[in-house]
Ligand binder design. Structure first.
Ligand code: DHB
Length: 304
């Protein structure tokens, strides 16, 4: 039922963890059966260590969550030393998320990882972090820079290359087209939506950075509308992200045009949801006489 491939890599199911919500895997391995996922996508790693933004940097809102972590991470050299040994033990595909400020940051990080490890099946490139002034979003809002960065990275790896897109742009389709033209194997969408919350007692914004990224069920319709637009414009696979909470949500994303999906904010509530979701998708497929999950992809967009 779940005969799924991206490039030449097989996936046991279409569900991946969204970057940032499972750390590097090791932090959650007591809570979560990582092997149940089609792929584990790790928290963004950058060329050099980053402390991230000052607190408060996470805040729950109705139907979602605001975050402004600011790419806190240990930097690629420590990542290789401390995190790769654990990732090597995971019985699932591992995709490493990379963020950066300049083209060289992304390139050097990828090259270090290429040399240091064979475990990862690919990379997800964050060109859409909303919480750092120079956190990659300058690439994600420009078709030209997206294409240039994709090309640079493409020439340095044969592994899966996924560009992660921001919804906070004028035309997400144009950015997706640039990623495709630059040689990406897939795009993932959407990253968080710009959001803000206010403390009415102190009469101040709650997040230290004022504005952060909104995730969770609140953004699901926004994600679907963006995937619908991307699906009209490119041929490479789309990995859908945004407020998925159950198997019905996954099916909505597939019908809109996503071939894979990612679980993000929901992991904080139900870290083992993946097991029941995959069996419920199988039941839906049986009931609807769908033999291959790929047969669902884009049906609703074609019927629009
Ligand atoms: C962060 C937030 C994001 O939405 C993202 O894609 C990458 C990083 C962060 O604040 O760390």
């Amino acid at each position: 039922m779940f005969s799924l491939k991206l490039k030449d890599v097989e996936f046991k199911n279409p569900i991946m963890t969204a970057s940032g919500t499972f750390g590097y895997g090791d932090e959650v391995s007591d809570l979560v059966q990582l092997s149940k996922f089609g792929a584990i996508i790790t928290k963004s790693v950058t060329r050099f260590p980053r402390e991230g933004n000052p607190p408060p940097r996470i805040h729950e809102v109705s139907s979602g969550m605001l975050n402004s972590i600011g790419l806190a991470n240990l930097g690629v050299e420590k990542y290789v030393e401390n995190k790769i040994p654990f990732l090597n033990k995971i019985d699932s595909n591992v995709i490493i998320n990379i963020a950066g400020t300049k083209v060289e940051d992304y390139v050097e990080t990828l090259e270090i990882l290429e040399q240091a490890s064979d475990k990862q099946v690919g990379y997800e490139i964050n060109i859409s972090c909303p919480n750092v002034k120079e956190g990659g979003q300058q690439f994600g809002v420009s078709s030209k820079l997206t294409k240039e960065l994709t090309k640079e990275l493409r020439s340095r790896t044969k592994r899966i290359l996924i560009m992660k897109l921001s919804p906070n742009v004028t035309s997400i389709s144009e950015i997706a087209e640039s990623a495709e033209e630059g040689g990406a194997d897939a795009v993932s969408a959407i990253n968080t939506v710009s959001g803000m919350a206010v403390d009415i007692k102190n009469k101040k914004p709650i997040l230290s950075t004022t504005v952060g990224g909104l995730s969770g069920p609140a953004i699901k319709p926004i994600a679907l509308a963006n995937i619908y637009k991307i699906y009209q414009s490119i041929k490479i696979p789309i990995i859908g992200i945004g407020g998925i909470s159950n198997h019905r949500d996954v099916i909505e994303f597939l019908l809109t045009g996503a071939r894979f999906v990612q679980f993000g904010t929901i992991n904080y509530k139900f870290p083992n949801l993946v097991t029941s979701v995959t069996s419920n998708i199988e039941k839906y497929m049986e009931k609807n006489s769908i033999k291959q999950i790929n047969d669902l992809v884009g049906l609703a967009s074609k019927n629009a």
